[in-house]
Each structure stands twice: as structure tokens, then as C-alpha cells.
Design a protein around this ligand. Structure first.
Ligand code: FUL
Length: 481
């Protein structure tokens, strides 16, 4: 009798302690460097070069180095603004299409070393690096593959030159979080005095795999951006619009920089075999570079908030360009707008109404995967169903009738992007009323809906590639309707 009792107790104890296995990853999953990138969400692009002084968007490559002469360059001001605006880093155009280098590259004369700024002893890239460190920001570099100054552009020798410059940037300026490879390629240029049109074959000329190896070797934590990855993809437009359906997946072997893939770049490939999430790059002004005649055309704080919804709110990161002016400072108008946008955003997401509320799930795979994981503020816990299910719902009980008009949803992407269709309902007048529907989620989706006064909110996963894994749900009552 005693033996049976002990056996029974051990079985009960063992069962209580035995852990249910987590879901297996489904499909491609993000690398550690991509996960760190996803968490950044919002950071600054700084377009600055000879164009700032010649009033151009694309320098021809024949500008005198002496035109580059910022009167009050202060990268600390850029970094301070970025920090106050809630951005997580800054990517600088170390070299744009004109070939002018903002650092004293030993491989060209077309650089700051031949400008009159700081008697040719200055280095904008270093100043920005130091400013980023001071303000706790990450630092990234844009190095234009197209070089309208170089006499050897379009020959194989140019690749050696390009890679040498890349090495200079990646070896001498500390940790880089993102390397930005532009897709704009070939055309008219100065090319060392030839002044002609040079065309290259986008698919073959740059031999990208060998350039990528250099980045992996010198900066293993950096993600590489281009139209087609390898780590981060272009969203397919420069107007700030992420796609509502947005897979972080891509058949990247079918893509190449400079190709015509706008729609695919927006949506990704549902059945993609690589994790290559989208980045939305957009300028706060009509141009990428500073032009005085655009001082009155700076995007308003309200417009920036819309961009935030259509980028970060659509499973993309937001790379917002704020071009320094001829003084080498972010212009007052831009600063005012981007900081006011921060205030708007803070008000928009002031109090998470879901936090700490009771959550019930239609089903969960075990107590470690309970519904309450979606609002515990811990990104490492998630609600998951058993493997046999690809649908399910969680209900957040708000306790009392509460006004709500925004929702944030996040998948636990370490296990892959799964959700194909979801909807949200509110419990009003004794019944469920659907308030929105959507397709993909991924790292993050933020959706607006008209104010609803409800006691409960239900998130239904209607279709998923494998059992849903939802790590976070937040609810807000943003100002206005
Ligand atoms: C484009 C470039 O041609 C623009 O000048 C700008 O740098 C933008 C971010 O990418 O392809």
C-alpha cells in the first residue's frame, strides 16, 4: 500500500515538473544579427556630401573637393537629436554616387582630405562614430557601389577599389550595425574625366558574394542591406510605405540589386527560403540631400506618425533620412518636426490597456505557453497552441468597459513567421463585433481602428503555417478618433 502511494506521488510530481516541449522553428528564422536589427525599429539616415554644397541630388563626380566646407559641422548635434527622437542609430552616406568620401580614404583624392574643411584633416565618419558612442547609438555606413568619379568604374579593377574602401570603413571605425548597399547603378558620370555613360550588368558586375564575405569577416554582427538582402531588403519604394502583407521571407536567389521587383520587395515571398525582412527608407524632405529651397517642405509631425504606422506598424524598420545642411547641422525645421513626432508617438502609446489584465486562450500547449504570456511585458514568453492546431484565439479581459483604438501584435519570430490571417473583435453590447482583420504579423504590427468601448478584446489567429506563437499584445486609446 505504502509503495503504491509513493509511486502515485512521484507520478504526480514528475508530471507537474515535466516541461512541454516548445514548438519547433517553422521555415527560415532570423539570425542573431537580424534579431538585434528587428529590435532597433527606427533609426536615422544622414545624407551628406558635396551635393549638400552644390545643391544636387546626384553629384556628377567632377566637383572640386573644396566645395565641401561645412561651417559648423557638429555630429554630436545629429546624435543628440536622434537620441531625443527615440532613434536607435545613424547610418551615414560615407560615399554617395559622386564618389566623394567623407573619410580620408587612402584610395582616392576625391575626399575630405583635399577639402578646405579643417585644412583637409577632418573625418566626418570618425566624428559621427564618436558622437554615436557618446549618445549610445548604433552606427552604420552607406557606401555607394556606383562611383561617378572613379576612372576605373565599370572595369574589374573597380571592385578591388570598392572593397578596399569597404575594408577601411569596417576596420577603422568600430562596430557597425548595418552596411547599406544602394541599388542605383551605372549611367553618366565624370569617371576621371571621360565624361561618358557607363553601363554595368547589375546581376554580375559587382560579384556581391565576395563583397559580402568581407563584411561577415570584419563585422560579423552587421546586417547588410540591398534590394535583395542578404540580411535586410529594400521595401520597394521611397515613400515610406511598408506592405500590409509583409513576409520577412524571400527567395533571394531570384533577386538582385537594381532589378525591377517593387511588389515582391514589399510583400516578400510567403514561401521564401531565407529570412530577409524589409526596411523602409524615406526622407523627411522631398530630396535625400539638403536643399535650402526645401526648408518649408519638411514633413509634419503628423505625417511622420503616419509613416511610422506604415513602416514599423507593418513589420518593417523605419530608416528616416534627415540631411544635415551646409553648416553641417540638422536644420531647425527638421529637428522641430522630428521631436514633435516623438511627442505625438509617446501620446499615441501612453498607457498599455492590456497590461496586467486577465487573458484566456482557446487552447495552449502547456502552462509555459499560456495566454497570459502575451501581456506580461516579456518578449521571451509567448502563447502557443499545440502542434496540431493552426488557429486559436486569446481574449483580453479589460475588466470594465474601456475605450480602445490601437493594437500592437508580435509573433515570437525566433521560431519563424507563421501567421497568415488574423482578426480582432471587441465585446460590445453582449456580443463579439469584428473590428479589424489582417494577414501577416511578424516582428510587429500596429493597427488603428475607430474607437470602440469594450469589456473584452479577442485576437483570433484564423490561419497560420504552423501553431501560432504570439509574444505580445498591447492595446491603447490614442488621442482623437
Ligand atoms: C537611392 C539613391 O540614388 C538616392 O540618392 C538615395 O541615396 C537613396 C537612399 O537611394 O537609390
Amino acid at each position: 500500500m505504502k509503495r503504491v502511494f509513493i509511486l502515485l506521488i512521484s507520478v504526480i510530481l514528475l508530471n507537474g515538473c515535466s516541461k512541454v516541449k516548445p514548438p519547433e522553428p517553422f521555415g527560415p528564422v532570423p539570425s542573431a544579427r537580424q534579431l538585434a536589427w528587428h529590435d532597433m525599429e527606427y533609426y536615422m539616415f544622414a545624407h551628406f556630401t558635396v551635393n549638400t554644397f552644390t545643391d544636387k541630388e546626384w553629384g556628377y563626380g567632377d566637383e572640386k573637393e573644396s566645395v565641401f566646407n561645412p561651417s559648423e559641422l557638429d555630429c554630436r548635434q545629429w546624435a543628440k537629436v536622434a537620441k531625443e527622437a527615440g532613434m536607435k542609430g545613424i547610418i551615414i552616406t560615407a560615399k554617395h554616387h559622386d564618389g566623394f568620401c567623407l573619410w580620408p580614404s587612402q584610395f582616392t583624392e576625391h575626399s575630405v582630405k583635399n577639402s578646405i574643411w579643417k585644412d583637409g584633416k577632418g573625418d566626418v565618419v570618425r566624428e559621427l562614430r564618436q558622437a554615436c558612442d557618446e549618445y549610445g547609438l548604433k552606427f552604420g555606413v552607406y557606401l555607394s557601389p556606383w562611383d561617378r568619379n572613379s576612372s576605373i568604374y565599370s572595369t574589374p579593377g573597380y571592385l578591388t577599389y570598392y572593397r578596399n574602401q569597404l575594408r577601411e570603413l569596417l576596420k577603422n571605425y568600430g562596430d557597425v550595425f548595418e552596411v547599406w548597399f544602394d541599388g542605383a547603378n551605372g549611367g553618366n558620370g565624370y569617371y576621371g574625366g571621360a565624361r561618358e555613360k557607363r553601363n554595368i550588368d547589375n546581376k554580375t558586375y559587382y560579384d556581391w558574394p565576395n563583397t559580402h564575405k568581407i563584411v561577415r569577416e570584419l563585422q560579423p554582427s552587421a546586417v547588410m542591406f540591398s534590394d535583395a538582402g542578404p540580411d535586410v531588403r529594400w521595401v520597394g519604394n521611397e515613400s515610406g510605405m511598408g506592405s500590409l502583407t509583409n513576409w520577412c521571407l524571400l527567395k533571394k536567389d531570384e533577386m538582385y540589386p537594381g532589378g525591377n521587383f517593387a511588389k515582391i520587395l514589399g510583400e516578400g515571398h510567403e514561401d521564401g527560403n531565407y529570412w530577409v525582412p524589409a526596411e523602409v527608407d524615406v526622407s523627411i524632405r522631398p530630396g535625400w540631400f539638403y536643399h535650402r529651397n526645401q526648408d518649408s517642405l519638411v514633413r509634419s509631425p503628423e505625417n511622420l506618425l503616419e509613416l511610422y504606422y506604415s513602416s514599423v506598424g507593418r513589420n518593417s524598420n523605419l530608416l528616416l533620412n534627415i540631411p544635415p545642411d551646409r553648416r553641417g547641422l540638422l536644420n531647425e525645421n527638421d529637428v522641430k518636426s522630428v521631436l514633435a513626432f516623438k511627442e505625438l508617438r509617446d501620446k499615441e502609446f501612453e498607457t498599455d490597456l492590456a497590461k496586467g489584465k486577465k487573458v484566456t486562450a482557446s487552447e495552449c500547449r502547456g502552462k509555459e505557453y499560456k495566454g497570459l504570456n502575451v501581456n506580461d511585458g516579456d518578449p521571451e514568453t509567448y502563447w502557443a497552441t499545440s502542434d496540431s492546431k493552426t488557429t486559436g484565439d486569446v481574449v483580453i479581459n479589460l475588466g470594465a468597459e474601456t475605450e480602445v483604438n490601437r493594437i500592437i501584435l508580435q509573433e515570437y519570430i525566433k521560431l519563424g513567421q507563421r501567421v497568415q490571417e488574423f482578426n480582432v473583435s471587441a465585446f460590445v453590447d453582449g456580443g463579439w463585433k469584428q473590428i479589424l482583420d489582417g494577414t501577416t504579423i511578424g516582428h510587429k504590427v500596429i493597427r488603428k481602428f475607430p474607437v470602440v468601448k469594450a469589456s473584452k478584446i479577442k485576437v483570433t489567429i484564423a490561419e497560420s503555417k504552423a501553431c501560432p506563437v504570439i509574444s505580445n499584445i498591447e492595446l491603447y486609446r490614442a488621442p482623437g478618433e
